[in-house]
Design a binder for this molecule. Sequence first.
Ligand code: ASP
Length: 351
Amino acid sequence: MRVVPAVAPIALALSLLSVGPAPAAEKPNVHIVATGGTIAGAQADVEQHGYTAGTFTVDSLIQAVPELKDIAAVTGEQLVNIPSQDMNDDVWLKLAKRLNELLADPKVDGIVVTHGTDTLEETSYFTQLTVAGDKPVVFTGSMRPATAISADGPMNLYNSVAVAGNPAARGYGSLVVLNDEIHAARDVYKTHTTSVDTFRSPEHGLVGRVDTGHPTLFGPPPPRGATYDVGALTALPQVEIIYAHSNMGRTLIDAAIAAGAKGLIVAGVGNGNMTKVAIDTLAEVAKTGVVVVRSTKLAEGTVVRNAEVDDDKLGFVVSDDFKPGKARALLQLALTRTSDPVEIQKIFDSH
Ligand code: ASP
């Protein structure tokens, strides 16, 4: 449950002022960590829909926007070069460890992570949960490949570097900057398959906007739950997501358990609901120590505990307003500490 503290009117008025670019004399050091995606994607031919994500390297992305040097001292590295539909736990751990190393370097003022948009909402939230400190970590990507007519990547990168290098963006946790908007990683979801106006934060709204390198932040940093030190981890607990629908049976639940899942997220219908067969099966599963989290396949809203399902009796957890992908990331990390559903509910409620 993200509870935003009340803001005095004067503080709100001040916070709405455009914070502008950092002064030229003190250009911030912004490091770009590239992971692939459509922002690094190439078409064989601009008239074709088809393209390959994760083609161009970080050097090409930087060279494509020479204006970056006017707002920051920019460096870059290539962590992986993949379409984000191939994102996985190993890359998450590698990324979190690398970000923590970079952020501990006093010479780094902020970081931009370039990433495919398909799973950007998951990776950015995972880093919010695993990265220490208050320096900005800004995720960006693009909906059109780098070779497309009116590619959106260059402006997204420029705006992201401007936000990452701006001291006013410190303390916001991981941010997502695309299409001139600044979102909190905790709240943002991709909502459209192809439009450049695809990212939304349905429960809590935008954190700010950015116009050609000039960020405006709307309020104080949102509260942030506890972070997890993944420095010693080489793998994450297995958590599977199961999609609810009419006539839902137990087949996929049984398969997930047989495959070794330690946690299950159900993308429930409506308020995290599912068939009686599924509820009964999950109740059996929960008794064996596997953590069951009821989320929703809907785009908006909070899953309410004990509404139509007796979560207390069945030993279930509800995801609050976390949709399945973010709920999975949080449950994986929570399971590194406990498998007690009561404790895990507290973790969901405090993030
Ligand atoms: N499939 C691509 C990816 O997530 C889409 C994109 O980046 O916009 O890598």
